[in-house]
Design a protein around this ligand. Structure first.
Ligand SMILES: [Ca+2]
Length: 381
């Protein structure tokens, strides 16, 4: 039996140590936020101290101190093990003060590109009513509500579930929510009002994606900031690894200092009073990750450059009245796939009782890149 001299073995130690340290450092730098709740072994009300430990001490919050956020374990948790977060939306309520929860989880550093990944499950039998918000990446003051994104003060890329035509007599009633991007940024194409763009997620056939209750989904969102003032910012969204939204012409910012600095945890029913819950509802969340590289790829990304600090303004409340009629007709420069579906404004009144929309109601892209709303074609029953 041969033995290496002790000096040879010792010579490998620094190499192995250095290699492990390097990869650990790369992994650590790649991950900006990682919250799976599994360290919370006991089910019950989610506390402010747990929130602070998990989400880097958010400067304000809605829902935690009101007891609407809790930890669930066992079968209720994602994968049937560990723990997950459960958010409640009491019956007959809407808005940020009475439903769901909100806080800003600031990242350890600011970056030009990031992925947000999380699991979400609408409790079995969930009544989607008209719609509500779900979390997304954000920057700066994360302007929402009546505050516009001006290219310097921030932006948000929250998402929503929506139920078009809900409650409108004579229009198809839907039990499932449909998902949309609800991103608020300075400009996308000709839209420069700084208000949220509302664009439905679609599959490869350009059909809208619907969300079922009673099952877990994984949502991944990628934001790549634009060159300041240039329309080359990217927003992509995957639902269970299916690309359902892609924009490549966003102007998130006009100044280089405005970078990705937070995940905006934001979930509530609303809009206004017609969006209120019909009964007590619950949405489960788990596995929040923000990373510089695609969490589905196991190779380390390029390391970042140093970033500037951003002054952050906080908003403790948000009351938004969002109408289906606000759904924009956005032209989007789309690479490698069909354009996201865009829709004409919903009329205030339906064509009349007993009418349904034909499937070809989707917006279409004209030759010059402008959105050309399709003709609404009621089908008489
Ligand atoms: Ca978990």
């Amino acid at each position: 039996m041969r033995f290496f001299p002790a000096c040879v073995c010792l010579a490998f130690i620094p190499f192995v140590y250095t290699t492990v340290s390097l990869w650990s450092a790369v992994a650590a730098q790649n991950t900006l936020l990682d919250v799976n709740f599994d360290q919370h072994a006991t089910a019950g009300t989610y506390t402010k101290s747990q929130l602070d430990a998990d989400f880097n001490t958010p400067p304000w919050e809605n829902g935690v101190e009101e007891g609407r956020i809790s930890i669930v374990t066992g079968d209720e948790a994602h994968g049937g093990r560990g723990a997950s977060l459960a958010v409640s939306y009491p019956a007959g309520k809407f808005g940020t003060k009475a439903t769901g929860g909100q806080w800003k989880a600031f990242l350890g550093e600011t970056v030009e590109e990031a992925y947000l990944s999380y699991r979400i499950k609408f409790k079995n039998g969930f009544d989607f009513v008209r719609g509500g918000k779900i979390p997304g990446l954000a920057a700066g003051s994360a302007p929402t509500g009546n505050r516009t994104a001006d290219g310097t003060n921030g932006w948000t890329t929250r998402m929503m579930w929506r139920t078009p035509f809900k409650g409108i007599s004579g229009w198809p009633q839907q039990l499932q929510g449909q998902a949309i991007s609800y991103a608020s940024y300075f400009r996308s194409g000709p839209n420069s009002d700084g208000q949220p763009d509302k664009i439905y997620w679609v599959d490869a056939d350009n059909d809208r994606k619907t969300l079922d209750s009673g099952r877990w989904y994984r949502i991944i969102q990628r934001v790549k900031l634009n060159t300041p003032k240039m329309p080359d910012g990217v927003l992509q969204i995957w639902l269970d690894d299916e690309l359902v939204h892609e924009q490549t012409n966003i102007v998130y910012r006009t100044v280089a200092g405005l970078k990705i600095d937070q995940m905006y945890f934001s979930t509530f029913f609303g809009g206004g009073s017609s969006w209120q819950t019909s009964k007590d509802e619950t949405i489960y969340f788990d596995d929040f990750k923000v990373s510089k590289g695609d969490p589905r790829v196991k190779t380390p990304p390029d390391l970042p450059t140093a970033d500037d600090d951003i002054e952050v303004q906080n908003s403790e409340d948000e009351t938004e009245t969002v109408l289906d009629a606000e759904i924009l007709k956005l032209p989007c420069l789309v690479l490698g796939r069909k354009a996201p579906a865009v829709y004409p404004a919903q009329p205030e009144e339906p064509e009349g009782p007993g009418t349904h929309l034909s499937k070809n109601r989707k917006g279409q892209m004209s030759d010059n890149g402008e959105t050309r709303p399709s003709v609404i074609s009621p089908i008489q029953l």
